[in-house]
Write a protein that binds this ligand. Structure first.
Ligand SMILES: [Zn+2]
Length: 133
């Protein structure tokens, strides 16, 4: 589960960028809130749970989704792509917040290398526990 605050910031960004696509954006937001986005093991590709068939998952990147909605969505931006976009944006906000929180305490070295690990932990992914959080 990602931090609600960061997901909401990502939602705000999406709505500002594509106000006409509000329905798809809001559905994507619920997908993220319901923890239905997960890493696929391939960088940049995520598995997103189907809303109509919960047993199936789509392979989704920022630029592509195989679902039917994508073919009719404006610019191919379906709810799943919005979910992935907000998921990633929220993780970026988490990394930025971690950097700003740790740097004044002299813990910069801890996040320089394992930045991605910190992001995963803040975003609620499984992983080793951070020692300085
Ligand atoms: Zn899709």
């Amino acid at each position: 589960m990602q931090d609600m605050h960061f997901v909401t910031m990502a939602l705000r960004d999406a709505l500002e960028q594509h106000p006409a696509e509000r329905p798809a954006i809001l559905r994507g937001f619920h997908i993220v809130l319901n923890d239905q986005v997960r890493e696929s093991g391939v960088q940049g590709v995520y598995e997103v749970q189907s809303q109509s068939h919960p047993d199936s998952f789509y392979d989704v990147s920022l630029h592509h989704c195989d679902c039917k909605a994508a073919s009719s969505a404006h610019g191919g931006r379906c709810l799943h792509r919005y979910a992935v976009g907000m998921f990633r944006r929220a993780a970026e906000y988490a990394v930025t917040a971690a950097s700003e929180a740790l740097a004044p305490r002299g813990l910069v070295a801890d996040i320089c290398d394992p930045t991605r690990r910190v992001a995963r932990e803040l975003a609620g992914f499984p992983g080793p526990t951070a020692r300085h959080m």
